[in-house]
Design a binder for this molecule. Sequence first.
Ligand code: BV8
Length: 225
Amino acid sequence: MTKIVILTGAGISAESGLGTFRDAGGLWENYDLSEVATPEGFARNPALVHDFYNARRKNAAEAIPNAAHAALARLQAARPGEVLIVTQKIDDLHERAGSQAVLHMHGSITRARCAACGQTWDAPSRMRAGDQCPSCTAPATRPDIVWFGEFPYHMEAIWDALRAADLFVAIGTSGSVYPAAAFVQDAARAGAHTLELNLEPSETVTDFAEARHGRASAIVPAWVA
Ligand code: BV8
């Protein structure tokens, strides 16, 4: 029975060398979100979108989980079945640190999806516009990523877990993307204690009962200990 729901964002992988979105020098400073993270952008220029995610897939594969990922894996091991990680991240650093119960609400960089038949499979290191779906052979493959305007994965399971949680912790997220940014309110309404662990106050810091600020690799192990 889930007792603790942990939401992670780009900040948890920052110290593994993977860029965040809205910090100085972040991804959205160098790319127009509407061109690389929307279905309309993909329809207009699939090659640009594949280049964007091919580069991030390479970076994610070369990245190493940091002390924050390891601390959360230790917490899950110490409390089997009680700790659910809901991540906005598309890298697999939580899994590579040993976490099992991880829901990727915005999809996974390691997976590909067919826009025609919906089949998903392990993505090759480089995807190209026009690649054929291994199942229906349509030239309609895309990264298995939830873009803006698309419905996030696992929403029913996430809302169920938030309703049952005693504790909701948000780690390394600016609280600027919905519906993830509203999870703190969903959890508080259900009576959970809420805690923000972030480098700096997020856009939703006032929704939390408690907040600790600092680098994830320091504050997450300290909180888990
Ligand atoms: C949807 C793709 C319908 C993967 C991403 C109200 C309700 C519902 C929807 C909306 C709404 N208002 C607007 C919307 C629409 C939209 C939205 O939220 N727009 C925003 C811009 C306003 N949402 C959607 O379209 C979503 N779908 O709404 O469906 C629906 C409606 C109701 C209920 C259910 C469904 C789909 C959103 C998904 C979009 N896909 N990415 C990828 O390319 O990676 S979003 C993208 O932003 C990433 O997933 C990223 O993780 C996410 C959030 O960003 P953060 O993770 O927070 O990263 P950011 O850089 O912003 O912040 C980093 C933080 O880390 C900072 O605070 C920093 O201080 C901290 N930090 C940095 N270093 C460290 C650190 N912390 C600790 N230690 C460090 N070292």
